[in-house]
Design a protein. Structure first.
Length: 76
């Protein structure tokens, strides 16, 4: 499943499939929902380490904003 997440997140980062953005986000959410803890603690960290299309500051912003506490507060 991490390979699918990786491809979908890459598509969002490089904006290669902007017309499908909502569908991609929904798919990512549904895959991450299986185990949010693993998604936030492992996958997001690994993804940000290996993605090279964004700079350090963008990675830091994403890392700061993609955490369980922040995402839960957005939904409530």
């Amino acid at each position: 499943m991490s390979q699918f997440l990786n491809v979908l997140l890459q598509a969002l980062v490089v904006k290669s499939h902007d017309l499908l953005q909502e569908d991609i986000v929904a798919a990512i959410y549904n895959m991450a929902a299986v185990d949010f803890s693993m998604f936030y603690k492992t996958f997001v960290s690994d993804f940000l380490k290996q993605v090279n299309t964004i700079d350090y500051h963008q990675k830091q912003t994403l890392n700061d904003n993609l955490n369980p506490e922040h995402c839960v507060s957005i939904n409530h």
